[in-house]
Design a protein. Structure first.
Length: 526
């Protein structure tokens, strides 16, 4: 077979000086042609369509050893790729999971009452309006970004005459991953021929996705101002999305074109654009078989494999320390580092790695490095503690008494939040049949001067007001202050009452409700 292959090669004007079979591949020692890149591509395509070598499919590789140029012809079995609708099924499934995720984001953005219900994340699936808005405001723009990314890869793979599949999208339930997808990939079923093809295929996806993500994000900023959903005064301990230099640049551009009139919640379309930048940065990391790994290999050759370990070490560092001054640690980087390690840190060389890359492609490679730097988000998701917080402490939470008996306990409500200024609180209790519950404020302790203000002080009404009509006591506390009150529980004579519990509710001006539960037991029944 070696002679027939040699004859085939010589027919394409390659000068073979020697040949041998090493047990795995056919080795031909050849003279270097004038236009090495063009001649190699011509040979590759000719072997691809040749049907004269039996069942084996032949792939050429070119290697230089000292002064010798070796043309390696490697036989591989032919694979039958049956027509399948798996791409379509995965696409539809990913549209569903991203719409599901978008519905959850939209329900929160629109402050829908459905999020107060049990199993609300399933209820939105049978809420047509919310589900449609999830598709329109999140799934559609996100899938456009991801689709552009993968079709960029597909277009350049086909341009370089590579056998490539249509994209395989990866659906993911939003309860596991909040964006509803882990992205997508295309399958290239043959070796990349040269450095130019490797860079083109690697860089085209992130650049194409970014071209769509930019207008999507700007549209999201415009919709944020249009709908103007005010940020809650206090949403509790909240998850926040980090930012990148590129994202901040787009926000600055948006502010110059359409200045914000207030502090508003980001529209879900902004989240879709943010996800596009996040995916771009993940793919551009110069490691393994990632897009950035392709680009690094085309630029640096075998030295690029060292970058994979640098990326893993950097991700582990950010897992525990973050980037000081830019963001807190993010545990998700540990998972990504493990994925890179187990999927492989080594990037195989293209079939022909001798031809120069060319100035224009080197510039594109450096540009993608800048895109990685500017789109990377050190802390993608992090928790910010609420500046509002209350502690409710009581001497007793359980009361054992006979009918007609009275018991008391002392309660302290302490504003331990960091928010400066007054916190207006309303204090109330559940009502229980045959039981009288009342409370009086003894004093307010002011933290800034360690002063106690009691009911005999002229300042008392500045901090405490009794709303008798609504059976509510209003208290004003600044950060660090606390109020001391006495709770009195009286069960009526000659009556019966069941073992029960009642709740003290302290409602803040931010509409948050802090509670403390008390238990009342009928000693007569013990």
């Amino acid at each position: 077979m070696s002679k027939s292959i040699q004859k085939f090669i010589e027919g394409l004007n390659w000068k073979v000086e020697d040949s041998k079979w090493d047990g795995n591949a056919h080795l031909f020692f050849v003279k270097e042609p004038e236009n090495l890149e063009r001649k190699f591509e011509e040979l590759r395509l000719a072997l691809k369509v040749a049907n004269t070598f039996g069942a084996s499919r032949l792939f050429p590789m070119l290697r230089r050893t000292g002064n010798e140029l070796i043309l390696v012809i490697l036989p591989q079995p032919s694979y039958d790729y049956y027509e399948s609708k798996i791409n379509l099924y995965l696409l539809l499934a990913t549209f569903f999971t991203t719409t599901w995720a978008g519905s959850m984001w939209w329900a929160s953005y629109a402050d829908s009452s459905i999020i107060e219900m049990s199993w609300w994340w399933l209820r939105i699936l049978i809420s047509p309006q919310i589900f449609f808005m999830g598709f329109l405001t999140f799934s559609l723009p996100l899938m456009l970004i991801l689709g552009a990314h993968e079709m960029g890869h597909y277009y350049y793979a086909k341009k370089h005459n590579l056998d490539a599949s249509l994209p395989f999208f990866l659906p993911m339930p939003p309860m596991i991953f909040p964006f509803g997808t882990m992205g997508a990939f295309i399958s290239i079923r043959e070796p990349i021929p040269n450095r130019k093809a490797l860079l083109d295929v690697g860089a085209s996806g992130p650049i194409a996705g970014l071209i769509i993500a930019i207008p999507v994000t700007l549209l999201g900023f415009w919709l944020t101002e249009l709908y103007a959903v005010s940020v809650p005064v206090d949403s509790g301990d909240s998850l926040f999305l980090g930012s990148s230099f590129f994202f901040e640049l787009l926000f600055s551009i948006s502010e110059n074109l359409n200045p914000s009139s207030g502090d508003y919640l980001s529209h879900p379309v902004v989240l879709a654009g943010w996800t596009g930048f996040f995916v771009t940065a993940l793919n551009l990391m110069p490691a393994g078989q990632l897009d950035g790994g392709h680009i690094a290999r085309s630029l640096l050759g075998p030295k690029a494999n060292i970058l994979s370990f640098f990326v893993i070490i950097s991700l582990v560092f950010m897992t525990f320390y973050g980037i000081p001054g830019f963001g807190p640690p993010y545990m998700g980087w540990a998972v990504y580092a493990l994925l890179i390690y187990f999927l492989g840190t080594y990037h195989p060389p293209p079939s022909e790695e001798i031809s120069p890359l060319g100035t224009s492609r080197i510039v594109v490679g450096l540009l993608t490095g800048m895109l990685l730097f500017t789109t990377f988000t050190p802390s993608p998701i992090f928790t910010v503690d609420s500046p509002f917080s209350l502690d409710i402490d009581s001497d007793d939470n359980e009361f054992f008494q006979y009918p007609g008996e009275t018991n008391t306990t002392s309660i302290k409500i302490w504003n331990n939040g960091d928010e400066e200024g007054w916190e207006n609180l309303s204090v109330s209790f559940d009502e229980i049949e045959n039981v009288t519950i009342s409370f009086t404020v003894n004093f307010v302790n002011l933290s800034y001067n360690s002063k106690e203000v009691n009911s005999t002080s002229d300042e008392f009404q500045k901090y405490v007001f009794y709303d008798i009509e609504n059976n509510v006591t209003l208290v004003n506390l600044s950060s660090g202050d606390y109020v001391n009150l006495t709770l009195t529980i009286t069960t009526l004579d000659n009556t019966t009452f069941q073992d029960t519990k009642f709740v003290m509710k302290v409602k803040s001006r931010t509409e948050d409700v802090y509670t403390s539960t008390f238990h009342l037991y009928n000693r007569e029944k013990q």
